[in-house]
Design a protein around this ligand. Structure first.
Ligand SMILES: [Zn+2]
Length: 250
């Protein structure tokens, strides 16, 4: 292992409160496309429609067709990658407090992370737009066999995914708890995010302003590389397991 990763590991070991901030990159490594995949089926659907709130309200069946044909089957077969598993192991070892994620796929929880702040919500839970009753995505998939959009068993209201659509604000409580973590941490580990989507990208900035050590692991350059203490250009699934190994061999 190179000196940079050894340095990251020893800084993590010496820190009191480590928080991870993850983005699409960590899930892209295990086959979850961001908005544009190479997969033909995925490209059949336009993110400006299925991910946009005004379009969703106008024509919800577009989203639900996308959900039925693309998103649901993909999520049912997707498994956490080495990057997700490494972060869960860091938590289990006592080196990581919380994961703040921009992803909506639930893979951190699948990997075993217990403290996850989902900035953009989750695609695994649906809510009734009438009475707010919650449904699992499996329930929604079943109800979709009867009607599109799927309807609430309680009040016949339309269901929607608990995600933040384009054109919607982030949930204020979720955002507040993410900022609280950012203020509390003395080490922030950014993984697989290019840090260009706001307000999410303001969270690592906040941590930096509060004096946290900032390490960025991403395949490409990010908007905060110039402010980071350490930048590692690599895949989460290759880099994070090395850090975990080093944490275990103290
Ligand atoms: Zn309802």
């Amino acid at each position: 292992m190179n000196d940079t990763l050894k340095n990251v590991s020893s800084r993590i070991r010496d820190s009191k409160y480590v928080v991870a901030f993850t983005g699409a990159g960590i899930s892209a490594e295990c086959g979850i496309p961001t908005y544009r995949g190479t997969d033909g089926l995925w490209n059949k659907y336009d993110p400006n429609r299925y991910a946009n709130i005004s379009y969703f309200l106008r024509d919800p069946s577009y989203y639900w067709n996308f959900f039925r044909e693309v998103r649901y089957p993909l999520l049912k077969k997707s498994k956490p990658g080495q990057g997700h598993l490494a972060l869960a192991e860091m938590e289990a070892l006592g080196y990581l407090e919380t994961v703040i994620t921009q992803n909506i796929d639930g893979l951190h929880q699948d990997a075993g992370s217990s403290s996850v702040v989902e900035l953009h919500g989750t695609t695994r839970i649906m809510s009734c737009m009438g009475c707010s009753r919650k449904y699992t995505m499996e329930d929604a998939y079943d109800r979709l066999k009867d009607t599109s959009p799927p309807l609430c068993a309680e009040c016949q209201g339309k269901l929607r995914p608990d995600v933040v659509f384009f054109g919607e604000a982030l949930d204020p409580q979720t955002l507040a708890s993410a900022f609280k973590e950012a203020e509390q941490c003395d080490f922030l580990l950014v993984v697989g995010s290019s840090l260009v989507v706001y307000p999410a990208a303001a969270i690592p900035q906040k941590a930096r302003q509060n004096g946290a050590f900032l390490a960025i692991i991403n395949k490409e350059d990010t908007a905060l590389d110039h402010e980071a203490d350490v930048v590692v250009h690599g895949e989460a699934g290759r880099v994070l397991p090395q850090i975990v190994r080093s944490l275990k061999n103290k």
